[in-house]
Design a protein around this ligand. Structure first.
Ligand code: GDP
Length: 439
């Protein structure tokens, strides 16, 4: 995420690193570079200027803090200012109401339907009763798409494919929700390729008549300044409650995320980082700023782990590790759990310092495929007792999985090293204590 911007900011801080004090001259040079970095990340020009002016003012105002190195101090100031720029605090998302109505607006292709499915999934996981409603009266395919997503996440989808009146469909959906005890109705609406009068009138009418609890505007972050301009236009007509930034997993430069809040004066409430139904997150400005600055986001990482790691599984696993019985079956189920947490590169980027190291590295879920193929080609007995795997078994596993003997050997070696490490940990007792705390 935002690799390019992170790299350029890092470069800008280097100007100050190694210098003993902050002076007007070295700050001016660094701030100029920060401004350039922001503008080349497609941040709105005025926003970039205002924020760098503030950074400069702060840096010069704090030169009394000589105990902190100037480079570090500036990183801290930039972190604070980027956080403010993106809204400061996490914004609330209101789901009170009977039912609460969440209206989803945005251009076609921005990711509205996908987001509707993800939001339904997120709320359902929190134990809420949700109903998805297909109000795209122009594209029958959009109705089918929502139905598929609804089925995937186990949430009912209300649709009337023959009806061409979006408001009527939405009202019927609300009635249906009341009758079936659903507490939240998510209304996916029609979008157009570009802003046009008819679409605006329609969504305006929906908003007026439905009086939604939350109106969200979904925007593709890859479109940079266009995203900011579209948000502005929608907001003037809709006065929406919050923004959803999608496709942050892609090659976005970051401009939309950084400028939308300041320009439109509406908070970013959610971010979407992939096509899978669990690639949705609440938007935390401070965590995003840390990630942009390559400082990682350990809090989100831990939260993701807690959400996705099955407690019972973890307990069982800890027991096996303590008894030196960790086997390939466990290894495979660990891989599955990690994959559930989302995009691997994104996850690694949450570890402080890893962002930079990851730059240009091509890692995704597919990177696990060879390992999975090899383990899946082992027999049950081999997975449970890796010591069984001799030369001829290795040959069979390699040809069964379509991988080379070398790859099988590498995996065996890595696995062996892992087990050795676990054994040492157990012997030292420290590991036992650490694991006991977990399980
Ligand atoms: P809509 O026309 O606004 O309803 O947009 P869709 O939900 O159909 O999304 C358009 C395309 O973007 C689809 O191919 C989605 O799979 C894809 N998409 C949506 N959100 C994301 C995201 O966060 N990341 C990525 N990589 N793709 C996304």
């Amino acid at each position: 995420m935002f690799d390019n911007l992170s790299g350029k900011l890092d470069q800008a801080f280097k100007t100050l690193k190694g210098q003993g004090t902050i002076t007007e001259i070295n700050v001016a040079a660094t701030v100029k570079e920060i401004r350039r970095a922001l503008i080349s990340a497609d941040v709105n020009f005025k926003v970039a200027k205002d924020v760098t002016d503030r950074i400069k003012e702060q840096a010069l105002g704090r030169d009394v803090l000589i105990s902190v190195k100037p480079g570090q101090l500036l990183v801290k100031i930039v972190n604070e200012e980027l956080t403010k720029m993106m809204g400061g605090e996490k914004a609330d998302f209101n789901t009170k109401g009977d039912p609460a109505v969440i209206l989803i607006s945005g251009l076609q292709g921005s990711g509205k339907t996908t987001f509707s499915g993800k939001l339904a999934n997120m709320l359902k996981k929190q134990g809420r009763q949700v109903l998805l409603t297909a109000c795209d009266i122009y594209r029958p395919a959009a109705i089918d798409q929502l139905k598929v997503l609804g089925e995937q996440v186990g949430v009912e989808v209300y649709a009337e494919p023959e009806n061409k009146n979006a408001l009527e469909i939405a009202n019927n959906a609300i009635k249906h929700a009341k009758a079936t005890g659903k507490k939240i109705v998510i209304v996916d609406t029609a979008g157009r390729l570009a802003v046009d009068e008819q679409m605006m009138n329609e969504i305006e009418e929906l908003k007026r008549a439905l009086n939604p609890t939350e109106t969200l505007f979904v925007v593709d972050s890859m479109t940079g300044q266009d995203a900011v301009n579209t948000a502005k236009t929608f907001n003037e007509r809709l006065d929406f409650d919050g923004v959803v930034l999608t496709k942050l997993d892609g090659d976005t430069r970051g401009g939309a995320a950084l400028s939308i809040r300041t320009v439109v004066e509406k908070p970013i409430k959610f971010m979407s980082t992939g096509e899978k139904m669990d690639a949705i997150d609440l938007f935390y400005p401070d965590r995003m700023a840390s990630r942009i600055l390559g400082m990682g986001d350990v809090v989100s990482l831990v939260e993701k782990a807690q959400e996705n790691f099955d407690e019972e599984e973890t307990r069982k696993l800890n027991k096996k590790i303590r008894q030196n019985k960790f086997d390939f079956e466990d290894f495979l189920s660990q891989l599955e759990q990690i994959k559930k947490m989302g995009n691997i590169k994104d996850l690694l980027g949450m570890i402080p310092g890893m962002g930079k190291a990851m730059k240009g590295l091509d890692i995704d879920d597919d990177s696990f495929k060879p390992i999975e193929a090899i383990i899946k080609s082992m027999t049950k007995a081999e997975r449970a007792n890796p010591d069984l795997i001799d030369g001829s078994r290795k040959k069979r596993i390699a040809s069964g999985s379509g991988r080379t003997i070398q790859e099988v050997n590498n995996l065996m070696k890595q696995f062996g090293d892992m087990r050795k490490m676990m054994k040492t940990m157990n012997k030292m007792g420290g590991g036992k204590r650490a694991l006991a705390n977990l399980g």
